[in-house]
Design a protein around this ligand. Structure first.
Ligand SMILES: Nc1ncnc2c1ncn2[C@@H]1O[C@H](COP(=O)(O)OP(=O)(O)OP(=O)(O)O)[C@@H](O)[C@H]1O
Ligand SMILES: [Mg+2]
Length: 252
């Protein structure tokens, strides 16, 4: 379980807040989607969970333990993460990138090799073509898929995903969304998944937390946020896609 208790973050000594008094819980085996516009505090929230950013106020617990009392390196190894702008290691091949955490954890070589193959297959990058390449020999979307494989490599119980499918075309995105749902169902992962794509949020999230300017507007299942929006912002956020969906129904 991941729990945030009255968490705030200010980058300017309290003049403004990137995240303000945020409390929510992600239950074991659940995907919680953080949804909101650019600059609303999604990445900041996610990075506080594995201590890439430290909160100004409040407590964050992973597995019932305050993250500030856990060693950052050990914490980050136990929580898989895919972050915007934190890319692959350019001097390592794709297979080395994916193998990184299992290697650091001392897995036997053969087990690591099997795992790397399995994961590259999973993200549709056949190892015989891609394993020995370097990141700059892959397209942006392919690199993003390697990032996803790397996050899953050591089979962590927790995953933090910051727009992990952002650079992908609709078709590849669709395939990976389904794979992610399969992985979650089979392996009971606890996931925080950041997106600004409303349809992705509705598809992936067991529950959706809507952020606006650092404030939590509402958290609930898709039925709850669609049928009983808690604020005007939430109402407006879903109103347009609902109209678009209705338009499509006429066409299809
Ligand atoms: N290291 C930092 N120093 C100062 N301000 C920061 C820092 N990181 C983020 N911010 C500010 O905090 C706010 C929230 O940023 P954050 O990156 O969490 O947004 P986001 O919701 O992830 O946006 P996007 O969808 O564009 O990725 C923004 O106003 C941003 O400018
Ligand atoms: Mg972000």
């Amino acid at each position: 379980m991941i729990r945030l208790i009255h968490v705030s973050k200010s980058f300017d000594g309290g003049r403004s807040y990137a995240v303000k008094d945020l409390s929510f819980q992600v239950n074991n085996g659940e995907i919680l989607v953080l949804l909101g516009s650019s600059g609303c505090g999604k990445t900041t929230t996610l990075k506080m969970v594995n201590r890439l950013i430290e909160p100004t106020e409040g407590i964050i617990e992973v597995n019932g333990k305050n993250v500030m009392e856990q060693a950052p390196v050990a914490l980050r190894r136990r929580i898989g993460y895919v972050f915007q702008g934190i890319g692959l290691f350019p001097h390592m091949t794709i297979e080395k990138n994916v193998a990184l955490i299992p290697s650091l954890m001392g897995w036997p070589l053969q087990k690591i090799q099997e795992r790397v193959r399995e994961l590259l297959e999973l993200v549709d990058l056949p190892p015989e073509d891609y394993a020995k390449r370097f990141p700059d020999e892959l397209s942006g979307g392919q690199q993003q898929r390697v990032g996803l494989a790397r996050a899953l490599a050591a089979d962590p119980a927790y995953l933090l995903m910051d727009e992990p499918l952002g650079a992908l075309d609709a078709l590849t995105r669709d395939i990976l969304q389904q794979k992610l749902l399969d992985i979650k169902k089979q392996l009971k992962k606890t996931i925080i998944f950041v997106t600004h794509d409303i349809f992705e949020a509705l598809l992936i999230g067991d529950r959706i937390a809507i952020l606006h300017k650092g404030n939590l507007q509402q958290i609930g299942t898709k039925e709850e946020v669609l049928s009983a929006p808690a604020t005007e912002f939430v109402h407006d956020l879903f109103a347009k896609p609902a109209r678009q969906l209705a338009d499509f129904k006429d066409i299809l």
